[in-house]
Design a protein around this ligand. Structure first.
Ligand code: ADP
Ligand code: MG
Length: 704
């Protein structure tokens, strides 16, 4: 019955009336439009109300795009070679507008006739005090059809090359007009379940496409795009749900069936505080995950200081209760040492064997540890990623915890359990909050937990902005904190560790700090990316132990370091940092009982965006709020670790601007898959059919 459906949309674009092989070639090269369907999905970026004309007199320096009608007075080509350009004068009742072309001159000239009336559209500018338009869209003036009010003409994204060949944004509209004369509602059958279309008051699929290209009114255009964006989100969310489901049903995991003595004894006697609600919730999620018989693969997002370490430790005790070993991997040696020190301290009264394994573990000790892991006398090993991944073999590994990382290097971590028949559970912890909307799309097929609550009694960090000119006062303040026995950080922007300029800035900064805090009264550590690792670690360790008062550093300090006695951080040229980086840096203070401060220094000239970032930092300590703002300012492409994620490539939808639609789509997708995970119910068949057709053309993983 509908054998014609697929074929019309998959017709090669050269078969559309008015587009021959030559123009088809250009459309393919420039816009990747190969078929009728591709053209259908090339949406207008705006509509112009053809009946809306302005006069030339109305053009002011504030005018942006404008449409005017007038008579062509004259034209001439001036200059030669690269400087060659075509200049024309258009006159209406109120004045004269200069039109200029630098490209496609021959083609434009062919269509210009002095004395004829034209409609021109474009961005206006002023040159020598006269209004002008460069590369306007121009066409003979045809008076709008009688009886048609509000005629909205689509304007499509085009390229300079296409424009030069007579394919500007409006002329592409002629092609879509032809296309729509061929397409019938049956060619664009509904693909969403009817109940959702009704419940959300969405346009039908055909109507949405038609109104997106040729809307009756701006309101209709809006409704059309709403439907199409929802469809995009829903299809993506359904796919994520199906991938997740497949992973869940296919993967086998070791079963932690009970909570036993290790966990209970620790919980009752040695837990130094009561858990926050968020910590309890996450533990429950982990407990459920690990008891089900499938592999846990969970991302735990918790803002700096939200207490992820204790969650890790309790999970490891749970593994021990079920006879399994655990490993906790940190990105740096310092962090690994800190975790080891903290954990052994907490477990000092418990019969649990904990080992530390890093690059600097001596050969003899290392041998012993490796043996202990093989014969299962060691319960927990804490260490750096690299070392553990490379050399370690376990007797009975049940749980892997990766700290301060959210890039899922799945292949890399798989090394750890290559030889195990059943893979261990994996918990990845990160303190870089990812906005909810982003997480939903980028990590929607993974399980993730959020700890959005800080332990009670934490004093919020006070953040202020100070100009360079107030440096002496800032230094006085830092000195007063050090006099109270506290420590301080000075952070310099060295984004590119190899950049010579900023390296010199850092050295100058170091000298400057030294001049304010002279030896021997004050002792200063410095850490940067050009130092050999060993030196970095030693300098860090001195500060951690309290041997030095001040740490001068680049952003290498960012990750996880815990020095509760440090109460001030001065961030130099703070306008040069991104928001989430500033937040991560700031998280190095405010970790102890004492009130902490973060001082954002800048020069007198700060860009608007830089000011915006600083304002947000001064206003909130909430990492999730900051991440949302960051996403708004920078867009999803830049957020760490998500750049390569194909999940973010939407044609129309925008995960920031359309986040309410995304939430709706996620809820709908969850409900649909929960109720009918093979999409076999009658009401879901059109959805299934659509997914399968997409799978065929886009090579998506198969759904059965
Ligand atoms: P992060 O999530 O940044 O890794 P940590 O696990 O290092 O945070 O915890 C930060 C600090 O908060 C530690 O000193 C830890 O002992 C403390 N802490 C964690 N949970 C609680 C809690 N529920 N109540 C009080 N203090 C807590
Ligand atoms: Mg941590």
């Amino acid at each position: 019955m509908s054998s014609g459906n697929a074929s019309i949309l998959s017709s090669p674009i050269e078969y559309l009336k008015g587009i021959g092989p030559l123009r088809a070639d250009m459309l393919k090269k420039e816009l990747e439009i190969f078929t009728f369907g591709d053209l259908l999905n090339h949406f207008p970026n705006r509509h112009i109300d053809k009946t809306q004309l302005n006069t030339i007199q109305e053009i002011s320096p504030q005018t942006d795009y404008i449409q005017v009608a007038g008579t062509l007075l004259s034209y001439e080509t001036v200059g030669a070679g690269r400087a060659k350009r075509l200049m024309a004068k258009l006159k209406d009742k109120t004045g004269i507008l200069e039109l200029t072309w630098f490209q496609g001159i021959n083609w434009v000239v062919k269509n210009l006739h002095i004395g004829s009336d034209y409609l021109v559209f474009g961005k206006t500018g002023f040159f020598n005090g006269k209004p002008q338009m460069v590369h306007p869209e121009i066409e003979p003036l045809v008076l709008s059809k009688p009886g048609v009010k509000n005629f909205l003409e689509p304007v499509y994204p085009s390229t300079e090359k296409l424009k030069a060949r007579g394919f500007n944004g409006r002329q592409l509209g002629k092609c879509t007009e032809v296309l729509f004369s061929l397409i019938k509602p049956g060619d664009l059958p509904e693909n969403l379940p009817d109940e959702w279309v009704q419940q959300l008051g969405l346009l039908s699929r055909y109507e949405a496409y038609r109104q997106a290209h040729f809307p009756q009114s701006p309101e209709w255009a809006e409704k059309a795009f709403r439907r199409l964006k929802f469809e995009e989100f829903l299809i993506a969310q359904i796919r994520l749900q199906l991938v997740k489901l497949e992973r869940h049903t296919k993967s086998k995991g070791v079963v932690f069936e009970k909570v036993g003595d290790y966990f209970n004894t620790f919980y009752a006697n040695y837990l130094p505080f009561s858990l926050t609600g968020a910590q309890k919730r996450v533990l429950k999620e982990i407990r459920t995950d690990t008891g089900r018989g499938r592999q846990m693969n969970r991302l735990l997002q918790g803002d700096v200081g939200s207490g992820k370490t204790i969650v890790a430790l309790l999970s490891m005790l749970l593994a021990a209760d079920n006879g399994f070993q655990s490993c906790l991997m940190a990105p740096t040696e310092i962090l690994a040492q800190q975790h080891y020190a903290g954990i052994t301290e907490l477990l000092r009264e418990m019969p649990v064997e904990v080992a530390l394994l890093t690059g600097s573990t001596k050969t003899a000790a290392r041998k012993k540890i490796l043996q202990g892991l093989l014969d299962d006398t060691i319960h927990f090993v804490v260490g750096t990623h690299a070392v553990i991944e490379e050399v370690v073999q376990f007797r009975n590994l049940g749980l892997v915890i990766v700290d301060e990382q959210h890039r899922f290097g799945v292949a890399q971590r798989a090394k750890l359990w290559e030889k195990a028949t059943i893979p261990p559970h994996v918990l990845v912890m990160t303190a870089t909050p990812i906005p909810r909307t982003l997480a939903m799309t980028a990590y929607g097929d993974l399980d993730y937990s959020i700890m959005d609550e800080l332990p009670p009694g934490r004093q919020p960090i006070t953040t202020v902005h100070r100009f360079e000119t107030a440096r002496a006062k800032v230094m006085d303040f830092v000195r007063s904190e050090i006099d109270k026995g506290r420590q301080a950080y000075f952070i310099y922007p060295l984004i590119e560790e190899s950049e010579k300029m900023s390296y010199e800035d850092l050295m100058q900064g170091y000298e400057q700090v030294k001049s304010f805090f002279p030896e021997p009264k004050f002792r200063i550590s410095m850490v940067h990316g050009r130092q050999p690792n060993e030196q970095k670690e030693t300098n860090m360790a001195r500060f951690v132990k309290g041997d030095t008062h001040i740490m001068v550093s680049t952003t290498v300090i960012e990750v996880g370091v815990n020095v509760p006695n440090a109460t001030v951080m001065v961030i130099e040229s703070s306008e040069k940092f991104g928001l989430s980086q500033l937040h991560q840096l700031r998280g190095r203070v405010g970790r102890g009982k004492e009130k902490s401060f973060c001082i954002l220094l800048t020069g007198s000239k700060v860009s608007r965006e830089g000011r915006e970032r600083i304002k947000i930092m001064c206003a909130t300590n909430d990492g999730f709020k900051i991440a949302e703002k960051d996403l708004e300012i920078r867009g999803p492409g830049d957020i760490q670790g998500t750049r390569q994620s194909g999940a973010l490539n939407f044609r129309l939808a925008d995960i920031v601007q359309d986040r309410d639609l995304l939430e709706l789509a996620k809820t709908a997708a969850e409900k649909i898959v929960e109720e009918d995970n093979t999409l076999s119910m009658a009401k879901n068949l059109q959805l299934k059919k659509f997914l399968q057709s997409q799978t065929a053309t886009h090579g998506w993983s198969k759904i059965s």
